[in-house]
Ligand binder design. Structure first.
Ligand code: BEZ
Length: 211
């Protein structure tokens, strides 16, 4: 069965561009972004993995470690990194699993045979410090991912995990958030000293709580 939200992210030990890594040990207390791409030396993947590398610092600010996967060998990843550096301004600076045996791809359901028979599609798994899967995304080969959106959802997950809030449509860091309908108005006044406005009893908005 496909991996679902709330499942423990399956652990694995695999060869990567940074040596042998066990996922849970690598992540430690951090959040994790595990993602797959279809193939090395392909155009969309080159732009995506370059942007993940350029923006590693923005993930680090969110206590989030990156790890990528494809069914290409590690030696191919290393050669491709030179092209990523040349064309995107930053080569690989996070581990990329060489999953020739498809162990990780099968564990995470990263191969969607009706889309691509022999390679991983563009999957994203956000993993919390408790090793639970918090969010999944799947894109076809011809649509590149949006790193701003991935950072945005990590912000939303971390905020909603720390406070009794949810994020409304198109929310971005700094915007108002929704107070959990489970909280009474009295409780909400105590927990959200910046105040809140009530549009409906179930829709109360408050300035973003301090992180
Ligand atoms: C790409 O990254 O551009 C790509 C990879 C695999 C299939 C199609 C496109």
């Amino acid at each position: 069965m496909a991996i679902q939200l709330g499942d423990t992210a399956p652990d694995f030990t695999a060869e990567t561009t940074e040596g042998q890594i066990s996922l849970h040990e690598y992540l430690g207390e951090s959040w994790g972004l595990l993602f797959s791409h279809p193939a090395d030396f392909t155009p969309v993947c080159t732009t995506e993995l370059g942007d993940f590398a350029r923006r590693k610092g923005e993930f680090a600010k969110r206590n989030t470690k990156l790890i990528g996967v494809s069914v290409d060998p590690v030696e191919s990843h290393r050669r491709w990194s030179n092209d990523i550096a040349e064309t995107q301004g930053q080569g690989l600076n996070y581990p990329l699993v060489g999953d020739e045996g498809r162990t990780v791809a099968d564990l995470y359901g990263m191969i969607h045979p009706k889309a691509i028979e022999t390679a991983t599609v563009r999957t994203v798994f956000v993993i919390g410090p408790d090793k639970k899967v918090k969010l999944t995304l799947t894109y076809p080969a011809n649509v590149g991912r949006n790193v701003d959106e991935i950072l945005r959802v990590i912000d939303a997950l971390q905020l909603s995990g720390a406070h009794a809030v949810s994020t409304p449509v198109n929310w971005k860091d700094g915007d108002e958030v929704i107070i959990s309908p489970a909280l009474s108005d009295d409780e909400a006044k105590k927990r959200f000293p910046k105040g809140f406005r009530t549009l409906k009893p179930y829709l109360r908005l408050t300035p973003q709580p301090d992180k």
